[in-house]
Design a protein around this ligand. Structure first.
Ligand SMILES: Nc1ncnc2c1ncn2[C@@H]1O[C@H](COP(=O)(O)OP(=O)(O)OP(=O)(O)O)[C@@H](O)[C@H]1O
Ligand SMILES: [Mg+2]
Length: 375
């Protein structure tokens, strides 16, 4: 692949050379799948779940050519029908070599669902869409699983943003999926998502269909010194270096969350003529915050007066262990604890704030900085 102009990607996965570390996690996922175990991958937003899945699949493709890997993001799906459609598009036709015979086989297998096959103009890779009538979703899903099974190939299926299924009006999807998954001898799953309460409940509650059916994996921040080395390998090409101290500042400020650190590194790399100083770091961060200011203005405008006050107070202290304490409430002239409690719950469910082991903080690091710049 052609060398990228900027090695610090802010979206997508472009190969192992641009992917930092995660060796232990990669190996753990590969081992689990290899040993007939499913994985549930949980991490706060923008930590690197999707990238890790692609990294694992890339590695699997290189080392185990007989395994087929499928990635499905169900975030945009609103019901079971759309989810099944997304799975059909990702899986059907990609299990075999993209030959006419193979496509005829798929079409034959799914003839009930009037399949249409389209070929990518550049790569020639076929995509199969099914015409799924209302009430036929469950049957279609069953056929997709049967199709994978009868292929005889080992299949790894990643379903990203899995918590989305709880938003569907369709009932019993967990049980439905579970019933297929349990009896498929050659298909293994990675379920990934960011709402850890939701996912943990789904996979660790005795009364839920997925109980103990997968291995839980939590993804934390990248190791700071490995991350710095990764960055400096690229900066060295520009005869530059980010110091231990400055990298530490950046990492701490962003709570080690990969996307934020990467977004800043991307801009620093872009300013290739300037030495990497405190001034450049601050300039780049404030530029990133400014660019999003219209969005932040909207978030802020949509909050109630109390929620806005609580969010501002949390942002100003960065991390708040006890937001209901007299101390915190007094310092920021917030309303009574019960009102603060209500605001906290709302802010948390709207993902404006996140609860971590050391307390509450604003979820979006750039939004936190924006809130702190308010008068
Ligand atoms: N190990 C890594 N090395 C290099 N870049 C990474 C790594 N992990 C993540 N990134 C970068 O950080 C960004 C966020 O990662 P990713 O999209 O995988 O996170 P996510 O946890 O799936 O986020 P979301 O919850 O928003 O879906 C990506 O643009 C990616 O380029
Ligand atoms: Mg993702």
């Amino acid at each position: 692949m052609a060398k990228l102009n900027n090695p610090f990607l802010t979206y997508g996965y472009k190969g192992p050379e641009y992917f930092c570390d995660r060796e232990t996690e990669t190996q753990a996922i590969i081992t689990a799948l290899h040993n007939e175990r499913n994985i549930t991958l949980v991490a706060p937003r923008r930590m690197g779940k999707t990238g890790l899945i692609h990294h694992v699949f890339n590695h699997t493709g290189q080392t185990q050519p007989n395994v087929r890997c499928f990635y499905i993001d169900i975030f945009p799906t609103k019901n079971l029908q759309q989810m099944v459609q997304a799975m059909a598009r990702a899986i059907l036709g990609k299990l075999d070599s993209p030959s006419q015979t193979a496509m005829r086989k798929v079409s034959q297998f799914f003839r009930r669902f009037r399949p249409t096959v389209t070929y990518d103009e550049i790569t020639g890779v076929p995509t199969v869409s099914l015409d799924i009538a209302p009430n036929e979703e469950r049957g279609t899903l069953e056929q997709i699983f049967q199709y994978m099974q009868q292929s005889g190939k080992r299949c790894y299926v990643a379903i990203d943003e899995f918590q989305q299924i709880l938003q569907y009006d369709d009932t019993g999807i967990e049980a439905l999926l579970r019933s297929y998954i349990q009896f498929l001898p050659n298909v293994y799953f990675i379920f990934a998502g960011s709402q850890h309460h939701v996912l943990e409940q789904m996979f660790s509650s005795v009364n839920r269909p997925f109980f103990q059916s997968t291995q839980m994996m939590h993804l934390g921040p990248l190791d700071e010194s490995k991350y710095r080395k990764f960055a400096n390998d690229f900066f060295a090409e520009q005869n530059r270096e980010i110091s231990v101290d400055l990298f530490h500042q950046l990492y701490e400020k962003m709570y080690g969350v990969t996307w934020y650190v990467h977004a800043v590194l991307n801009r620093i790399y872009q300013n290739s003529e300037e030495p990497i100083t405190q001034k450049l770091l601050e300039q780049v961060i404030s530029q990133l915050v400014d660019e999003q200011s219209p969005v932040f203005q909207n978030y802020y405008g949509a909050m109630t007066v109390n929620q806005a006050a609580v969010a501002k107070a949390i942002a100003s202290e960065q991390m708040v262990e006890k937001p209901l304490s007299q101390d915190f409430i007094g310092r920021h002239k917030l309303p009574a604890p019960s009102s603060v409690q209500t605001s906290i719950e709302k802010l948390e469910s709207n993902q404006v704030i996140i609860k971590e082991s050391t307390g509450y903080r604003i979820y979006d690091n750039f939004f936190a900085l924006w809130l702190r710049s308010l008068p």
